[in-house]
Write a protein that binds this ligand. Structure first.
Ligand SMILES: *Cc1c(COP(=O)(O)O)cnc(C)c1O
Length: 457
């Protein structure tokens, strides 16, 4: 029966092995690593099929920002069901996405005036790429047609659809798909931890910016846009940028009249202590891509925000073909937009941004003793996002062999302390709900310490 909630964990696992192919999952070792079988969630905790509770330390892969069964969001979705779950935005409209768009524009950095919806982070990026390309073809009086290239940074992650993979720069995820991808101008990664031993951090940071400038200057005249993940490169290993880099990139792109796409799918929606990370840096992009936390992690809704300048290049008599021919069936889904509106209310009602700034410092304080651990190479934090890079030899900054799956093992051990985590290689990722309490911050960090001790000492 479809509503059966009494199927045992054993049966669910058997069916899972038989029928489900999981994303980003090596299936030959999947079961060995003892995956969770979640059947419920309440507050900041996941509940598995045995009724055990685990703190959701990565916010269900970075999207759950206010907990599960959050009363206000549940109520908004239920209320919306009394009206309509979904109707199309193709040539028509619906009250929820209209109201949400107005609120997003009010919250967004200056200059972003139009909201184009889709249903995940990857599509929000595809849309920015396609809009930027078409913009240059239609820009009044522009030399537009020559601007067909995109610049992305090494180690970037912008999603898994073909355009997003083309601008992305993680070889492990992306190299297989080479024949399918368009050519991208590749800038450097801000990754500097693994610099040569004799090189200082300051020198490596300076070289990163110089390399960015060199690549950008060489290609500026053919670039439609540059795409950057502000704050941190997320899936690339939770990598921070040198202070002031984003402002610098904005100045360079503005001077050369190249569009700037900011992928805030991970770092947007409050994680930085501002609603959007670019606001923390005082930067106004031409495109802002948001998804993950937008609906509190409830329902897939994404948005690509852009400027009047971009929007206006798409206006004109229909027969001129300036229309943006792109859209998804579930674009602007009303249930999702209702969840997003409730999520924005929580930001206001609970003064979330100020709380995130405060809790980031609490988290920093709890993390600092870990710095002396002999296997903790680097701790990188941006607001309530953290990457703890584990290494075999701290002095030589030498990583463990990937096959040892140290990161996975440490996260599995942390679960014995009641915390669910998922690493990126040997980088332990902390992306807790923004509504995490001070006590839970302590629980989270203690579980990481316990995991490291169990596996490595
Ligand atoms: C998760 C993520 C994406 C992709 O979003 P999906 O909803 O998984 O398609 C894109 N960019 C960044 C920075 C992300 O973290």
């Amino acid at each position: 029966m479809s509503g059966d909630r009494n199927i045992s964990r054993e049966v669910l696992e058997k069916w899972d092995d038989e029928y489900v192919w999981h994303p980003f999952t090596p299936h030959s070792i999947y079961r060995e690593e003892e995956p969770l079988t979640v059947v419920a969630g309440t507050g900041h905790y996941l509940i598995d099929a045995d009724g055990e509770r685990f703190f959701d330390g990565v916010g269900s892969i970075w999207c759950n920002i206010f907990g599960h069964q959050r009363e206000e969001i549940d109520a908004a979705v239920r209320e919306q069901l009394q009206h309509i779950a979904h109707s199309t935005l193709l040539g028509n409209t619906n009250d929820r996405p209209v109201i949400l768009a107005k609120r997003l524009v009010e919250l967004a950095p200056e200059g972003l005036k139009k909201v184009f919806y889709s249903d995940n982070g990857s599509t929000s990026v595809e849309i920015a790429l396609k809009m930027a390309l078409q913009f240059w073809q239609q820009e009044a009086g522009g030399d537009g047609r020559k601007r067909t290239k995109f610049m992305g940074l090494a180690n970037a992650y912008n999603g898994d659809t073909v355009g997003a993979v083309s601008v992305g720069g993680i070889d492990l995820f992306h190299s297989r798909f080479g024949p399918l991808l368009f050519e991208t101008v590749r800038g450097p990664s801000p990754e500097i931890y693994h610099r040569p031993e004799e090189k200082s951090r300051e020198q490596a940071e300076r070289e990163f910016v110089e390399n960015f400038d060199r690549v950008f200057d060489k290609h500026a005249s053919e670039l439609a846009a540059v795409i950057i993940e502000p704050g941190m490169q997320g899936a690339g290993g939770m990598i921070t940028y040198p202070e002031g880099f984003l402002r610098h990139a904005r100045e360079k792109t503005r001077d050369a009249d190249v569009l700037l796409i900011l992928d805030e799918v991970a770092m947007g929606m409050g994680r930085s202590g501002e609603m959007f990370a670019c606001q923390r840096e005082g930067v106004n992009p031409d495109f802002l891509c948001i998804a993950k936390g937008l609906t509190g992690g409830y329902i897939p809704v994404a948005a690509t925000l852009t400027t009047d300048r971009v929007y206006e290049a798409f206006l004109g008599p229909a027969e001129e073909g300036r229309t943006f021919f792109h859209g998804h069936t579930f674009t602007g889904n009303a249930l999702g937009c209702a969840a997003a509106l409730a999520t924005l209310d929580i930001f206001e009602d609970d003064d979330i941004l100020a709380e995130v700034r405060r809790k980031s410092e609490v988290l920093r304080k709890y993390l600092s003793p870990l710095q002396v651990d002999e296997n903790v190479g680097d701790i990188r934090q941006y607001g309530l996002a953290v990457g703890i890079e584990l290494v075999e030899d701290k002095e030589k900054r030498k990583s463990f062999e990937g096959a040892k799956r140290i990161g996975m093992k440490v996260c599995r051990a942390a679960r014995d302390r009641g915390v669910f985590l998922r690493p990126l290689g040997d980088v332990i990722v902390l992306m807790p709900p923004l509504s995490i309490t001070d006590e839970e911050i302590e629980l989270l960090v203690d579980a990481v310490k316990f995991g490291i001790k169990e596996v490595l000492q």
